[in-house]
Design a protein around this ligand. Sequence first.
Ligand code: NAD
Ligand code: 44H
Length: 386
Amino acid sequence: MRAVHFGAGNIGRGFIGERLARSGYEVCFVDVQAPLVRELRKRGRYSVRLLGEQVETIWVTGVTALDSRTELDQVVEAIAGADLVTTAVGPAVMQAIAPLLAEGIRLRLRRKSSPLNVVACENMLGASSLLKEQVANHLSKEELEGMERTTGFPDAAVDRIVPVQAGTDLLTVSVEPFHEWVMDRSGIKGDIPPIDGVTYVDSLPPYIERKLYTVNTGHAVCAYVGQLLECETVREAITHPRVEAVVTGVLEETGALLVAKHGFDVQTHRNYIAKIITRFANPHLTDPVSRVGRSPIRKLGRADRLVGPALQMIDRGLQPDRLAAGIAAVFFFHAEQDPESVKLQQLFSQKGVTGTLQTVAGIPEDSPLIPLVSRRYHEWEEEVQR
Ligand SMILES: NC(=O)c1ccc[n+]([C@@H]2O[C@H](COP(=O)([O-])OP(=O)(O)OC[C@H]3O[C@@H](n4cnc5c(N)ncnc54)[C@H](O)[C@@H]3O)[C@@H](O)[C@H]2O)c1
Ligand SMILES: O=P(O)(O)OC[C@@H](O)[C@@H](O)[C@H](O)[C@H](O)CO
């Protein structure tokens, strides 16, 4: 079994590649970082360190790599010969890999190959569906019909915290022991050769929303409020009583939404939240708030982890008070190496709370969310000036 995985970064090596290799797939990573590609190809293996009470080292073997900047033909050939394609490149990068995927699918159609599935393992709602649209833009009408018949793009939710890697070895990746990978069965064409640890469901929205609006909402609020209160890592933030209070308050709010919307059992959801808070507090992980808060404009998107649940709460007559405090904290986020953080600061200095939310999240001026966030912004401002 052969898998092509785009993005040999943290989650790519630390979770997707690890799962696929342990399930018997030969994994070909595709990345744009030449040193990473070179080392993966040369060594053919790397280690994943599970940072729990004890450190457990897993060797991921039978891997290789290609450079999507310089080895285009080989990447297309690898896609044509694959049993599965996965991605973990970041939502904004999917567009860049779409032409290569289209080329690979075109070659498979010409060769009358067996069905293929493409799974985007990105933190967003409907990532594989969006990737499908992006690929479709590069195909003729006839090729598109062929793709519809032969290629599945099942949406998925993936969960494992993989921080920025601080070790000296380029390939070794340290991760938390917890993992969850849920895939929408209805989007699959043909079969996906078994993957250890994947749960198949008939409808993904409850699972991806539960993950995005709990793990990622909580994580983001922890990062933004944490940085505002001078914490550098997620652990430092979640063990700061003020941050912890905001995060748990926010997760109570999104929990009420998720229970009302998807019918989750209240106690089961409380346990899910408690487990996540424990994961954030993992003393063996060093996860900087700058990573977790990265791409703040994306994170303020209308369907993303902050504004998404807040607007849905308002629609259901629920009050996203503490979530509004989390959203307001984003406007204080600074990460000089992060182009979105720099851009958001510029935008915010020109447009303030209302204009920025309208621009980046498309929220109407009369949305009740705007005064809620504005009030919370001024409260944070007073707090930091004290
Ligand atoms: N790190 C986590 O804890 C985690 C967990 C679940 C999901 N995710 C999601 O996975 C995705 C990747 O996150 P990450 O933390 O691994 O980021 P990362 O930056 O460590 O990895 C992304 C990789 O994609 C590569 N890349 C960039 N452009 C490319 C291109 N055109 N072709 C091929 N590769 C390209 C980069 O070089 C990098 O190696 C994101 O959508 C993220 O939300 C991350
Ligand atoms: O990857 P992002 O930028 O969407 O979000 C940052 C973190 O919240 C995220 O990477 C988590 O670590 C991950 O989603 C846990 O499963």
